[in-house]
Design a protein around this ligand. Structure first.
Ligand SMILES: CSC[C@@H](O)[C@@H](O)C(=O)COP(=O)(O)O
Length: 385
């Protein structure tokens, strides 16, 4: 157990393995995932040869985070197509693997549409599969580009909001290269602040119960040589009270048309704390995370996870092997019921700004997110005024 959670020295080691990659060994095409359930102990790749394996990996959080789920969903459709499985059925299974991150369904749809268009045009299965794969690769590239743009816009916004520099940023869950074709969303902004010499400290919420902050964000921060400190989620209030937080930066799994933001459970309490302490609460997410089909926060489906994730201390890896979560060290009496929503919803009035690849938006000015989306493509200038 001890060496399983050995710390990676700051800035050490070769570049992290890619969070997702397509490979074509002689036995046939596969989708290769960096197994996030095994971090930070080891970087191990998980090879998916079919969609059921990928669906298990998604449910077990071996591959996770909204943008990466979209990319995985698109590659999953391509995998089904090039391996000759039932593509429509594969798309349905993939899109339903987790309900909250809108990117998953979006990525699946992009690849499926490309496949269907090719079939409608008379393409044979091989060419239709190639069309789905090309679309997945396009989405992967686009996400990397969006990530770089969000990092730049986010840093500009931080510098505007915090003219004194020396930013002390609190973040929750994991939003770095592990969830993206590029360097991530909220984490990418903190990383660009670090590279510009303006990050004084990254406060990393551990993110109960599956510890995405402790296991993954701390791992990425260490590898990038960032000044970071890990805290339990419930220590955040003390940090705000001590005046140690200049801004909160988080990602999003779904942003409703009214600007409500679903993100990892624990984000909403941070927004409330931030408002009380007059600290900016900034959401960083690509426009692929904005869902105009969901009118408001109450309409967002929040994934409920197994209670054992709360009643037992267990690494999520057990589920990757196809075994249900559980079998960890009990921390509550046997039979205890647990409330374990994976996400919560922050209302737009608590969000200072949403940073997308098109710039920074205020969700409470203008006519809502739909209008802001359109206007963001025209320029960012008057939005934050
Ligand atoms: C850029 S990632 C944004 C969100 O997907 C992230 O903050 C998050 O909540 C991930 O949840 P997870 O359950 O680990 O997939």
């Amino acid at each position: 157990m001890a060496d399983q959670y050995a710390r990676t020295p700051a800035g050490a080691g070769p570049p992290m393995l890619p969070s997702i990659r397509w490979d074509e060994p002689p036995e046939g095409p596969v989708l290769v995932l960096l197994d996030q359930t095994r971090l930070p102990a080891e970087e191990t790749e998980l090879v998916c040869t079919d969609v059921p394996a990928l669906v298990r990996a998604i449910r077990a959080l071996a591959v996770r985070g909204a943008p990466l789920l979209g990319i995985a969903g698109a590659y999953g459709v391509a995998l089904a197509a090039v391996r000759g499985f039932d593509v429509e059925d594969a798309a349905e299974r993939l899109a339903g693997a987790r309900p909250t991150a809108v990117n998953l369904g979006y990525g699946v749809r992009r690849a499926l549409d490309a496949y269907r268009v090719a079939v409608d045009k008379g393409a044979d299965p091989e060419r239709a599969g190639a069309a789905a794969l090309a679309e997945a690769r396009r989405l992967h590239r686009e996400d990397a580009e969006a990530s770089a743009q969000m990092a730049a816009f986010g840093l500009t916004l931080l510098d505007e909001l915090l003219p004194g520099g020396g930013h002390r940023i609190l973040t929750h869950c994991n939003t770095g290269a592990l969830v993206s074709g590029g360097e991530g969303t909220a984490f990418a902004v903190a990383l660009s602040a670090h590279r510009a010499g303006r990050l004084r400290r990254l406060w990393v919420d551990e993110t109960r119960p599956l510890l995405q902050g402790a296991r993954l964000t701390a791992y990425e921060a260490a590898r990038n040589g960032m000044a970071y400190t890990l805290l339990t989620d419930n220590a955040a209030g003390s940090l705000f009270a001590a005046g140690e937080v200049d801004a909160v930066l988080i990602g999003a799994d779904r942003i409703a048309a009214d600007g409500s933001v679903a993100n990892k459970v624990g984000s909403y309490p941070l927004a409330v704390l931030a408002r009380y302490h007059h600290v900016p609460f900034v959401v960083v997410a690509p426009t692929t995370t904005i869902d105009l089909g969901t009118p408001d926060g109450a309409s967002i489906e929040v994934e409920q996870r197994p209670g054992q994730e709360v009643t037992e201390l267990t690494a999520p890896r057990t589920a990757v092997a196809g075994v249900e979560a559980g079998g960890g060290m009990p921390v509550a009496p046997l039979g205890t019921q647990a409330f374990n929503p994976a996400f919560d919803v922050t209302p737009p009035e608590l969000v200072t700004a949403i940073v997308t690849e098109y710039g920074a938006l205020s969700p409470v000015t203008g006519d809502g997110i739909a209008e802001l989306c359109v206007r963001s493509r025209q320029g960012n200038d008057e939005l934050m005024g």
